[in-house]
Design a protein around this ligand. Structure first.
Ligand SMILES: NC(=O)c1ccc[n+]([C@@H]2O[C@H](COP(=O)([O-])OP(=O)(O)OC[C@H]3O[C@@H](n4cnc5c(N)ncnc54)[C@H](O)[C@@H]3O)[C@@H](O)[C@H]2O)c1
Length: 429
C-alpha cells in the first residue's frame, strides 16, 4: 500500500527556510493555501512579520498579498502542517565538501512534525541520491513512520536567480518529482497551482536532483572555458570580447562571457556532484578543472591592475585602490561566496591600501562575513586604481568619466565585466 496523500482542501504547507528561495515560494503559496513560513533565524522571522524582506526578492505589497501566509521560528507552529517544503542552504565546508548539516537539521525538525499522509518536498540543491539516502532516513527515524507507506517525499529544484526581476518563480518552468507515481503527481499538481510557466515531472527524485546540479555545472564549466580563453587572449595582447563577438556571429556559438564566478550556487553546486562522483570511484577532471580556473580569476584581476599601475610608475605597496562592488553580482545585495574578496585579498597581499564601496550590501554583513569595512563614500581624486568589480547600475551610470573623477590623473581603471566602453578603460577581462 502506498502512503495516503492530503486532499486538496486539507493541504497545510510549511516552507522550511525563508531565504532567497523559501520566501518567494512561501509568498506564492500563501496567496492560495494556508502556508507557514518557518525559519530558525528569529530576526528573519521578525523582519518578515513587519512586512519587510531585506533580500529584496519579495516586495512589501507581495508579502501583504499573501493573505494566508504566517511566519514562525518555533517548531511547535509546524503542528498540523502536512506538506513540508525544505529550502535551507546547502553550502560546502572548508575542504569543499558538501555541508549537509542544515539539510539534516531541517529534516529532524520536519520529522518531528510529520504525521501519516504527510509529504516532504526538498528544494535545496543536492547531488543525486541525497534526498533518499540522507534526508528520508532522518524523517523515518524522527517520525517513526515508514517511507512510502506512511509518508512520501519529493524533490523540486529551484531555478530563481537573485536580483533577476524578469525570471521569477512563477515564470520559470519547474522540475518536479516524487517518491511514488502518486506522490510525483501530487507534487506536480501542487506546483502547477503557482507556476504559470508549467512544470516538468521526472520519473524519479534522483533525475530531478541531477537536473538541478548539472544546470549550474554547465554554466560553471562554460564560463571557465571563456575565462581560460580570456587568460590566453590577454597574453596574446588581444581583446577577448572582440574575439567573442566575432565568434558569436556563428549560430551555435554560446554567448558566455569571462568573469568572477561567485554566489552560493554556480561556484558551490559542482562540488556536490564531484563529491558524489568520487564516492563512487570516478574522478571528475573537467568539472574540477573549471572550478580551479574560475576560482583563480579574482587574483588574476588584482595582478592585472597591479601590473598596469606599475607600468605607470606606481608600486602596489604605495598605492590606494578602490574596489567598486562587493556583492557576488550586480544589482543585488547578496554577498555569499563573492569572489570580489579574492581581488581585495590579493591587492592587500601586495600591501596596497584598498577601499571597498558597495551601496547594495549590508556593511554589517560584509564585516561579519569577510572582515571588510565597506566605505560609504569614496574620496574623489585619491585612487591610483579603481576596479569596477560589480557593475551595479549606479556605478555604470557614473560612466568612465565619473569613475575617473575618483582617481588621480593617471589612475588605472579596470572594468572586470566590460560594463563600460573598452576605449574608456585601461583593462578588462
Ligand atoms: N538563491 C538562489 O538563487 C538559489 C537558486 C536555486 C537554488 N538555490 C538553493 O536553494 C537552497 C536555499 O538557498 P537560499 O539562497 O534560499 O538560502 P538562504 O541562505 O538565502 O536561506 C536559507 C534560510 O534557511 C534558514 N535555515 C537554515 N537552517 C534551517 C533549519 N534547520 N530550519 C529552518 N530554517 C533554516 C536560514 O536561516 C535562512 O533564512 C540552497 O540549496 C541553494 O543552493 C538557491
Amino acid at each position: 500500500m502506498t502512503a495516503p496523500l492530503p486532499s486538496p482542501d486539507q493541504i497545510r504547507i510549511a516552507v522550511i527556510g525563508l531565504g532567497y528561495v523559501g520566501l518567494p515560494l512561501a509568498a506564492a503559496f500563501g496567496k492560495h493555501l494556508p502556508t507557514l513560513g518557518f525559519d530558525i533565524d528569529v530576526d528573519r522571522v521578525a523582519e518578515l512579520d513587519r512586512g519587510h524582506d531585506h533580500t529584496l526578492e519579495v516586495s512589501e505589497a507581495a508579502l501583504r498579498g499573501a493573505g494566508l501566509l504566517r511566519f514562525a521560528s518555533d517548531p511547535a507552529a509546524l503542528e498540523g502542517c502536512n506538506v513540508f517544503i525544505v529550502t535551507v542552504p546547502t553550502p560546502i565546508d572548508e575542504y569543499k565538501r558538501p555541508d549537509l548539516r542544515p539539510l539534516e537539521s531541517a529534516s529532524r525538525t520536519v520529522g518531528r512534525a510529520l504525521r501519516r499522509g504527510g509529504v516532504v518536498v526538498y528544494e535545496s540543491t543536492v547531488y543525486p541520491g541525497a534526498t533518499e539516502e540522507v534526508c528520508v532516513p532522518i524523517l523515518e527515524r524522527e517520525s517513526g513512520l515508514a517511507f512510502n507507506h506512511d509518508f512520501s517525499a519529493g524533490y523540486s529544484p529551484e531555478r530563481i536567480n537573485p536580483g533577476d526581476h524578469e525570471h521569477r518563480l512563477d515564470t520559470i518552468m519547474k522540475v518536479t518529482s516524487g517518491s511514488t507515481p502518486e506522490a510525483a503527481e501530487f507534487v506536480d499538481s501542487l506546483y502547477r497551482r503557482v507556476i504559470t510557466a508549467g512544470t516538468h515531472k521526472t520519473s524519479s527524485i534522483r533525475v530531478a536532483e541531477g537536473a538541478k546540479v548539472i544546470e549550474n555545472i554547465q554554466r560553471d564549466v562554460n564560463i571557465a572555458l571563456i575565462n581560460e580563453l580570456a587568460l590566453i587572449f590577454h597574453r596574446l595582447g588581444m581583446d577577448t570580447h572582440e574575439v567573442l563577438e566575432a565568434a558569436g556571429t556563428k549560430w551555435n556559438f554560446l554567448p558566455f562571457r569571462p568573469g568572477l564566478v561567485g554566489g552560493h550556487c554556480i561556484g558551490v553546486d559542482p562540488y556536490y556532484l564531484t563529491h558524489k562522483a568520487q564516492q563512487i570511484g570516478y574522478h571528475p577532471d573537467m568539472i574540477l578543472a573549471g572550478r580551479r580556473i574560475n576560482d583563480g580569476m579574482g587574483s588574476h584581476v588584482a595582478r592585472r591592475a597591479i601590473r598596469l599601475m606599475s607600468q605607470r610608475g606606481k608600486q602596489a605597496n604605495a598605492s590606494k585602490v578602490l574596489v567598486m562592488g562587493l556583492a557576488f553580482k550586480e544589482n543585488c545585495p547578496d554577498l555569499r561566496n563573492t569572489k570580489v574578496v579574492d581581488i581585495v585579498n590579493e591587492l592587500r597581499s601586495f600591501n596596497a591600501q584598498v577601499d571597498v564601496h558597495d551601496p547594495w550590501v549590508s556593511a554589517r554583513h560584509a564585516h561579519a562575513e569577510y572582515g571588510i569595512d565597506v566605505i560609504e563614500r569614496p574620496s574623489p581624486g585619491s585612487y591610483d586604481a579603481v576596479i569596477l568589480a560589480v557593475p551595479h547600475r549606479e556605478f555604470v551610470a557614473l560612466g568612465a568619466d565619473g569613475i575617473r573623477a575618483l582617481g588621480t590623473p593617471d589612475m588605472v581603471l579596470f572594468d572586470v565585466k566590460r560594463a563600460l566602453p573598452r576605449a574608456s578603460v585601461d583593462g578588462c577581462l
